[in-house]
Structure formats: structure tokens, C-alpha cells
Design a protein around this ligand. Structure first.
Ligand code: NAD
Length: 499
């Protein structure tokens, strides 16, 4: 059985911990490796080494750091197939989807190739007599990234690329369910020229996370995962004086107006609702058609599309639409929520429960489920299901639909399908959600914009990647400098001279 190691000072190091977690093959239900769950002492040691390595890395000029990102980007491209295979093997998503996972991470690396430009300071000439002001962005020191299972390449890359390009050292704690992709990325970074110790990958669970939150050397924590853990990490990190940005779960709605192209809306809902088995924080899990006619027509268009979905292992080829969910517990939880939907009176139009795939009977596959007549008091509406389940909630009017989104606890992404520019504009302006799609189902912003939800989908300020990442991973220092040759009245500071 493979034992997955940590990556410390540029080498693989086996943790001395006796605690382990199984890394599953979700398609077969077999344990394919074990990852050691590192101890607090191992975390503290990795941080001390990172702090040492950061001194020289932080002093390296940004252009040289950008060159490492350039080589890293090229190596990611060269290793695309290998990385995608690794993602699919541990996560279960299809290979095209896994390549998308790597690609969306690579795009953030590409923005980090422009680090010198992003890190430029500001300058005020002659702010007073003989006085100039300038500000600079300096690295924080050692920072930490804690990432979820659902994007084994993309989210570690969202964390490590900007943090490192800004001159920090990073402790990365990937999800213990999918640890291998981050380790391969760490090896590629070394090959790209990153000095040893600047990126340390420490595997583990709550024990390591708590050690990160309590380690005094770590200046900032970037987290992505479920809302309860995001809120916990934000509180503990902030309490310990750290900068923190913690991104949580989601319940993303798509409003479908009567004037929308319903075929396009139905296609979009199927991709956004069931792609990656619904295990995306930007998945659309609630369809909100406006008016009875729209709702009846939409469900009619959805049924044949959903019935056609092909569920299978990533090895079965490119015509598979989605793979298994991550664990047996996850499958059981999803099916339990579907049961609750039926018990609470929703209309289960397509039932994905009890799905078994021939030859993969022990895999964690869920058939697609489609609900109609879901109401906001039902658990299937309130909970983030994180599975291949789409709920239709019928709204009488645009205002009712909008208020449903506004009243929801989560605020990651949302979308509207309409042919009317005024409605689309009104929606984008009034909705209290961080990322909005207009005739666009999964509005993940491009890498030079920035990603982040509102409400219970994010704790802390500043978003992930784009300009916000360069702000999060640096602190600003402002210098006020006076040179006396510029003062004509005898050399003393004189407010009158400022007139
Ligand atoms: P999770 O919260 O279970 O785990 C995320 C990380 O936290 C992992 O590294 C895990 O080891 C650690 N962790 C888990 N329990 C912990 C505890 N009690 N104390 C300390 N650390 C703990 O999330 P997950 O199941 O891996 O990922 C799915 C969730 O992530 C979904 O809710 C999804 O919406 C969310 N997500 C959000 C975004 C976003 O940008 N908002 C992106 C991707 C995923």
C-alpha cells in the first residue's frame, strides 16, 4: 500500500505520525493509498524551515520570482495529462473535467507571471516641501493554505501561486482525501526553480489545521472548504492575530425568466447542476423558473436531458458526464437528503437513489436526481447537498425569485437566463451574491478578475486570485521622505510652505 508523504525542504519525507487516513478510489470503493496525518510538532518544524527559506525568497526581486512562475506554468502544461490523471484517480471526476481543474489553476499561475507589475507601489512626488511619499508591498512571511477535496489542482494553485509570487513561503495542507496532486505540483515548482523550503506540503487533518492556526510564525491563512469549518478557521485565525480569508459552501440559484431561451437554460442547468457530480462550489443546485408556464416547460425540457446523463468512472472515456462522489459517507448523506425531500413533500421527478454501476458495485456513484415543487422550508433547499441533485423552486414573479436568492444564507454564485437587458441589469445590481452570471451558468471569473462569495460563502475580506490576492499576500508600507534641498525657507518643516 502506498504511503503518501509530506514535501519538506524540497524532498519527500514520511511523517512519523501513527495516524493515517485512507485515500480511496471513489470509482471502485477501494483504498488505494494511505496518507499519514502529521502532528503539531511536524507542522511547527516545517514552519520553522519555511521561515528560514523565506528570508532569501522574499528578498529575491519580483521579476525572478515571476520567472519561476513562467517555468512552473510551462511545466504544468507539459504535465497536464499526468496531473489530470492524478486528479481523476483520487477525486473521481472525468478526465476532461480534471483538465479543466488544472487549467483554471494554471490561469492563476499565468497572472502571477505578471507579479512585478502587480507588486508595484505608489509614489507621490512633492507631497510637501522636499517631501515625497512612496508605498511598497512586502511579503507577509510564512502563510498557510488549507484546501478542499473538490478541486485538487485548481485551489492549491489559487493559493500557492500568488502567495509565492508575492515572496512568501507557504505551508500547504491539501485535503487528506486527494493529497497527491498538490505533491506533484510541489515537485514541478522545485523543477521550475523554487528554492527548497519555500513551499512545504504538510498532510493531515484537524490536528495540523489547528497547529497552523496556533503557530505564531504563520501570518495569514487562506482556506477553502465547507461553511462551518470556514467560520471556525476564520474565528480561530483572527483571534490569533492572523490575516484570514475563508471561503465556504454554497447554494447557487439560477432564475429562468419567461423570455429565456429554455433549451439553452436547460442545457446550462444540466451542465451546472450535474457536472462533477454536483461537487462544485459554483454548481447550480436550484432552478427558479418564473411563472407556471415557464416551470412546466422547463421541467419537460430537463427530464430527457437528465435521463440521458451517463455516469461512470473516468477510465470509461470522454462520453461519461460525471463520476462518483468522493466517499461512501457522502453518497449516504446525499441519499438521506433525497429521502428527506420526498418525506417533506417535494416531487421527485427523477430518482437517482440506489444507483449501481455494473462492474463498479462498490463505487460511490449517485444517479442524477431532479426535484420539482421544492419549497424553502425543506432540507433539500436549506442544505448544500454537494451531489447530483437539482431542485426546481417555482416562483410567481421576478421579485419573488430575486428575494429567494437574497434571503438565502449563501451568496457564492447565481445566474439569470433572460432575453431582457433591463431585467438582467436589475438582477446583477440588486442581488447580494459575489459572482453573477447573465445567460452564463457557472460565472467563475477569469483569473485576472477575482473570485469570492458573499454572506456565509466567505469570511474575511479580499477575494481569491486577481488583484485581491496580491493585496491579501502582502502588507503595505508607506514611507514619507524629506530631502532638505527641496526646502527653500531655511530647512525646517513649515506648513506655510505647503500653501
Ligand atoms: P471541508 O470543510 O470538509 O474540508 C476542507 C479542509 O478543511 C480540508 O483540508 C480538511 O482537512 C479541513 N478540515 C475538515 N474538517 C476540519 C475541522 N473540523 N477542523 C479543521 N480543519 C478541518 O470541505 P470539503 O468537503 O473538502 O470540500 C467541500 C466544501 O468546500 C463544499 O462546502 C464546497 O462548497 C466548498 N468549496 C468552496 C469553494 C469556494 O471558493 N467558496 C470552493 C471549493 C469548495
Amino acid at each position: 500500500m502506498d504511503v503518501i508523504k509530506n514535501y519538506i525542504n524540497g524532498s519527500f519525507v514520511e511523517s512519523t505520525s501513527t495516524r493515517t487516513a485512507d485515500v480511496m478510489n471513489p470509482a471502485t470503493g477501494e483504498v488505494q493509498a494511505q496518507v499519514k496525518l502529521s502532528s503539531k510538532a511536524e507542522l511547527d518544524d516545517a514552519v520553522a524551515k519555511a521561515a528560514e527559506a523565506q528570508k532569501a525568497w522574499g528578498a529575491t526581486n519580483p521579476q525572478r520570482r515571476a520567472r519561476v512562475m513562467m517555468k512552473f506554468g510551462a511545466l504544468i502544461n507539459e504535465n497536464m495529462d499526468k496531473l489530470a490523471e492524478l486528479v481523476s484517480r483520487e477525486h473521481g471526476k472525468t478526465l476532461p473535467d480534471a483538465k479543466g481543474d488544472v487549467q483554471r489553476g494554471l490561469e492563476v499561475v499565468e497572472v502571477c507571471m505578471g507579479a512585478p507589475n502587480m507588486l508595484k507601489g505608489e509614489f507621490t512626488d512633492n507631497g510637501g516641501p522636499g517631501i515625497d511619499l512612496y508605498s511598497m508591498r512586502q511579503p507577509l512571511g510564512v502563510v498557510a493554505g488549507i484546501t478542499p477535496f473538490n478541486f485538487p489542482a485548481m485551489i492549491p494553485l489559487w493559493k500557492m501561486a500568488p502567495a509565492l509570487a508575492c515572496g512568501n513561503a507557504m505551508i500547504l495542507k491539501p485535503s487528506e482525501r486527494v493529497p497527491s496532486t498538490a505533491l506533484l505540483l510541489a515537485e514541478l515548482l522545485k523543477e521550475a526553480g523554487l528554492p527548497d523550503g519555500v513551499l512545504q506540503v504538510v498532510n493531515g487533518d484537524k490536528e495540523v489545521v489547528d497547529a497552523i492556526l496556533d503557530n505564531d510564525t504563520i501570518a495569514a491563512v487562506g482556506f477553502v472548504g465547507s461553511t462551518p469549518i470556514a467560520q471556525y478557521i476564520y474565528g480561530r485565525a483572527a483571534n490569533n492575530g492572523k490575516r484570514a480569508q475563508c471561503f465556504g459552501g454554497a447554494k447557487n440559484h439560477m432564475i429562468i425568466m419567461p423570455d429565456a431561451d429554455l433549451d439553452k437554460a436547460a442545457d446550462a442547468l444540466v451542465g451546472a447542476g450535474y457536472g462533477a457530480a454536483g461537487e462544485r462550489c459554483m454548481a447550480i443546485s436550484v432552478a427558479v423558473p418564473v411563472g407556471k408556464e415557464t416551470a412546466d416547460a422547463l421541467i419537460e425540457k430537463l427530464v430527457p436531458r437528465v435521463e440521458k446523463l451517463k455516469v461512470g468512472p473516468y477510465t470509461a472515456g470522454d462520453d461519461v458526464d460525471y463520476g462518483p462522489v468522493i466517499t461512501a459517507q457522502s453518497k449516504a448523506r446525499i441519499e438521506g437528503l433525497i429521502n428527506s425531500g420526498v418525506d417533506q413533500g417535494a416531487n421527485l421527478v427523477i430518482d437517482g437513489r440506489g444507483f449501481e454501476l455494473q462492474g463498479y458495485e462498490n463505487g460511490f456513484f449517485c444517479g442524477p436526481s431532479l426535484f420539482d415543487n421544492v419549497t424553502p422550508d425543506m432540507d433539500i433547499y436549506k442544505e448544500e447537498i454537494f451531489g447530483p441533485v437539482l431542485s426546481q423552486v417555482r416562483a410567481d414573479s421576478y421579485e419573488d425569485a430575486l428575494n429567494l436568492v437574497i434571503d438565502n444564507d449563501y451568496g457564492n454564485g447565481t445566474a439569470i437566463y433572460t432575453a431582457d437587458g433591463d431585467t438582467a441589469r436589475d438582477f446583477a445590481h440588486r442581488v447580494n451574491v459575489g459572482m453573477v452570471g447573465i445567460n452564463f451558468p457557472i460565472p467563475v471569473p477569469l483569473s485576472y478578475h477575482t473570485f469570492g462569495g458573499w454572506k456565509k460563502s466567505a469570511f474575511g475580506d479580499l477575494n481569491q486570485y486577481g488583484p485581491d490576492a496580491f493585496r491579501f499576500y502582502t502588507k503595505t508600507k508607506t514611507v514619507t521622505a524629506r530631502w532638505f534641498s527641496g526646502i527653500k525657507d531655511g530647512g525646517e518643516f513649515n506648513f506655510k510652505a505647503m500653501d
